[in-house]
Design a binder for this molecule. Structure first.
Ligand code: NAD
Length: 329
């Protein structure tokens, strides 16, 4: 669907991710396009409207958004919300509108089964409508900066690919077609399983090295130069004070909440089971994120707070400073 030919773009779900994503669209779409938005939280609808009063039209349901838009995007918490907003919420759903020929894009991170159920329903009721899963990676800061990556549930040769790329690049940096329906989600869940497992492994490896007398800054250099090199250690080091830009160095704030990692990790394990993938680390990883999500010292903080949950030392800098002072005297 060519952006130059549409007059309305809809957005449902203006939360931590959806609000800044919709904000980028409001700032960058061609002037002729109006944006129709809805969230059950009126405060975020009002906030977006106050920032872009001429572009944003407040709607009272997902159906109204769908009635008025040719492209409709959603950014919701879980599969149950996506099913509710598209098909299960009575006469206020997207599919209670006539969405024939429209383009629907769900960016939520949800279970592949819910996404496929929504797609099947749409395919049957509106054979000319396109529905894509398009989950994102890059966190709230990435959404604010417009640097998130989109994992698209379609083939690179899909006829909508050029228009989707133009649209999604207004909100992010990379758009990766993953092969077909629900494969964007399968890719996202595989990625978060790997990233979450690496964060636990880096926390454990850092802790054992530090307890053996090593300075974490030395370990950080060693991992970066050795076969253990990985992005979590390099740029999201779970030990506070090692990498200044990491959430851990800012009190584990401004990152990817540990409860969201728990949710995605669980979805990844369910997917692994469903497809018969052998999984030896998953149960231990899930128990760790489960525990950290329910621990008042970790809840609501960046997921790399697993280092704290596992008992890693955070005030190591004191020893390092004392050792330097002793050398000088
Ligand atoms: P959020 O909870 O901040 O936002 C979700 C929004 O959906 C809220 O504003 C909520 O009011 C709205 N909503 C819920 N039910 C609704 C309904 N029935 N109708 C209309 N609006 C409804 O969540 P978020 O952090 O923005 O995450 C959204 C999705 O993106 C999740 O699936 C999450 O896993 C994924 N994600 C989040 C991050 C992150 O760092 N926060 C990163 C990548 C992906």
């Amino acid at each position: 669907m060519d952006l130059s030919k549409i007059s309305g773009l809809g957005f449902v779900g203006l939360g931590a991710m959806g609000l800044p994503m919709a904000g980028h669209l409001a700032a960058k779409l061609p002037e002729s396009i109006q944006m129709f938005v809805f969230d059950i939280n009126q405060a975020s609808v009002d906030q977006l409207h106050s920032e872009f009063p001429r572009r944003i039209v407040k709607c009272s349901s997902a159906k109204e958004v769908a009635d008025k838009s040719e492209i409709i995007m959603t950014m919701l918490p879980e599969g149950k919300h996506v099913r509710l907003v598209y098909i299960e919420g009575g006469d206020s759903t997207i599919c209670s509108s006539d969405v024939a020929g429209k383009l629907l894009l769900d960016c939520s991170t949800i279970d592949t089964a819910s996404s496929l159920a929504v797609k099947d329903y749409i395919n049957k009721k509106f054979p000319t409508t396109s529905f894509y899963d398009a989950p994102v990676s890059g966190g709230v800061v990435g959404a604010q900066k417009g640097t998130i990556a989109f994992f698209l549930g379609c083939d690179g040769a899909d006829p909508n690919m050029p228009h989707l790329t133009t649209l999604l690049k207004m909100m992010g940096k990379d758009v990766i077609p993953c092969g077909g329906p629900s494969k964007g989600l399968a890719a996202k869940l595989s990625n978060n399983y790997l990233s979450g497992t690496i964060a636990i492994a880096v926390s454990e490896a850092m802790d054992m090295g530090m307890r053996s007398g090593l300075d974490p800054r030395v370990l950080h250099k060693v991992f970066a130069a050795g076969t253990a090199q990985n992005t979590i250690s390099d740029r999201f080091c779970p030990v506070p004070g090692v990498y200044p830009e990491a959430p851990s160095s800012k009190g584990y704030t401004n990152g990817f909440k540990v409860q969201l990692m728990r949710k995605d990790y669980n979805l990844a394990l369910e997917m692994a089971k469903r497809v018969g993938s052998k999984n030896v680390l998953g149960e231990a990883g899930l128990a760790t994120y489960d525990g950290a999500s329910n621990d008042p010292k970790c809840r609501d903080l960046d997921s790399r707070v697993v280092y704290r949950y596992l008992g890693g030392r955070e005030d190591w800098q004191k020893d390092a400073d004392e050792a330097t002072a002793n050398k000088l005297t």
